[in-house]
Design a protein around this ligand. Sequence first.
Ligand code: NAD
Ligand code: UDP
Length: 328
Amino acid sequence: MNDNFGTSGTVLVAGGAGFLGSHLCKRLVHEGRRVICLDNLLTGRRENVQALLDNPLFSFVLHDVIEPIPLDISATHIYNLACPASPRHYQADPVHTLLTCVYGSRNLLELARKCGARILQASTSEVYGNPHVHPQPESYRGSVNTVGLRSCYDEGKRCAETLFSDYGARWHLPVKIARIFNTYGPGMAPDDGRLVSNFILQALNGSPLTVYGDGSQTRSLCYVDDLIEGLVRLMNTPPLFHGPVNLGGPQENTVLEIARLICKLVEVEESFQFFPLPSDDPEQRCPDIALARRCLKWQPATGLEAGLRKTIDYFAHDAAYEPQEAQG
Ligand code: NAD
Ligand code: UDP
């Protein structure tokens, strides 16, 4: 069994061309790690890792994790981030999303078993569904609809956690499960349809911000650099520490508060257009991060205003602008 605590060996990042994956690849390469980015480019973009393509430490493999992983790939550490994260994208082909979570996890776990690698699953706060316990500790088992619009993602991620847990027990694999809460920052895809990207692009364009429902539902946002730090720390915990561990921002805001703050930071007048709330949209979401504080010595370092300013700057100057269609 390999036991390189984050210092040597090749790291495989499945989903490495996506929002979080590309930040992770960049960080690992800058630390001098050899990185293989495996991605089918469903929601990821080659441009996200463009800056790494000429780096001898980095290689890109076009591959769908639903299919067995190519036999010549070997790694000491595997991050499984391969799965569309935005409701707009994961609902576009729900069966593919579910199979990505289940077959993708199985295929990567088989690879980890073959290589003796550590393997980390990017799970989600969605495993708590529309929670009845607030804030959500890892011990809360959730309230999830098995047959709704979000089920392909929520249940896929729940099943993946079970696969990770069972492989860990059966094969003594050092598996790690991170439950990630809403993360934002530079590098988000403009067509993602998520709260932060939609609101910032709409504000920059002088359009009304599209609020679903009455905007009283809550989310707790985490800046991308903080989240990546949490993932790396979790990967480097002792082999028997499996999690799951919540990684997210503990500051809870209503959607309307976030909309107002973005208008203020972009310096535009508040203007909102209200649409029906999509079904199964969680009413409240906030992580209890006591376990991450204790075991990873981790908590987010970036405040909401500071993180949003960096993200606004990115959308204003770097990201290709595409007007957003409201879902309603
Ligand atoms: P993203 O959509 O930007 O990135 C996902 C990446 O996975 C993309 O590059 C995509 O092309 C790739 N991918 C999708 N299906 C694949 C498949 N079958 N085979 C190979 N590659 C595939 O999303 P993100 O925000 O970077 O999220 C990354 C991971 O973190 C996801 O697993 C997501 O569920 C999890 N997560 C993210 C958030 C968040 O707020 N961003 C919150 C909770 C969990
Ligand atoms: N949302 C919104 N307007 C938008 C996009 C999202 O009001 O243009 C709401 C959405 O209904 C949800 C919250 O913002 O209540 C977060 O949505 P997102 O898609 O970012 O993430 P998730 O629902 O998966 O937490």
